[in-house]
Design a protein around this ligand. Structure first.
Ligand code: GSH
Length: 219
């Protein structure tokens, strides 16, 4: 049995948060690039792996398939506790850890299935524009709820980096105007997330998989 993970992912996607966790945990992995939301061939090919036609999908060294980014991140944190990437079962911080990991997945990430292609739900440009504006407002509202619900330390859940930080660092960048709207909606969280951007263990990964191109944060 190989000890290698195989991750179906795409540059700039939620899979990059999983790549970040694998990198920090120093686990061996290979990426199969699948731009599911813009490349029809990838959308077709990923169906053989994940019937939801989405990345990330992680094949564990024993061949087990995991999909769902939050589940993958939580599993990595608890399976490799030496990496200290999340509160373990029994830890007083566990309820908040599970609560907010699930919140980001269910309340925020899921809206991108709609935002990326509004035509999945509605017809016409006007309806699509309405969907765009309303989901944008909802995402900002969700970031504000996260901001109000947390008392951050150096990172979102305290003074230790967790997979929640990696998750939010990636998803908060999916906006027309970069991360600026996130900073306005969740001002208490900005420092912790910027700390993740600047983590030297992730510098090469960010550069390759989700680069900080000039103006990326927006205004
Ligand atoms: N609930 C899934 C959502 C994954 C997801 O939406 N992935 C996007 C890329 S960031 C995707 O593959 N979109 C293609 C599609 O939904 O058609 C998760 O958390 O892993």
């Amino acid at each position: 049995m190989s000890d290698m993970f195989t991750l179906y992912s795409a540059a700039g996607s939620g899979g990059v948060a999983v790549e970040a966790a694998l990198t920090i945990l120093d686990l061996p992995y290979r990426v199969v690039e699948m731009g599911t939301w813009f490349d029809p061939e990838a959308a077709e090919a990923i169906a053989a792996v994940n019937p939801m036609r989405q990345v990330p999908a992680l094949v564990l060294p024993d061949g087990t398939l995991m999909t769902e980014s939050a589940a993958i991140l939580i599993w990595l944190a608890e399976t490799y506790p030496a990496g200290r990437l999340g509160a373990a079962p029994g830890d007083p911080g566990r309820p908040a850890f599970l609560r907010w990991m699930t919140f980001v997945s269910a309340a925020v990430y899921s809206l991108f299935w709609i935002r990326d292609k509004p035509e999945r739900l509605v017809d016409g440009e006007a309806a699509a524009a309405q969907i765009n504006a309303r989901t944008k407002a909802r995402i900002a509202e969700c970031w504000s709820v996260l901001d109000a619900g947390l008392t951050p330390g150096a990172y979102l859940l305290g003074d230790e980096l967790s997979v929640l930080d990696l998750y939010v660092a990636v998803i908060s960048r999916w906006a027309e105007k970069g991360r600026s709207r996130f900073y306005r909606a969740a001002p208490k969280l900005a420092d912790g997330i910027r700390r993740v951007d600047a983590d030297p263990r992730l510098a090469a990964l960010w550069a390759e998989r989700f680069p900080f191109t000039p103006g990326w944060e927006g205004v």
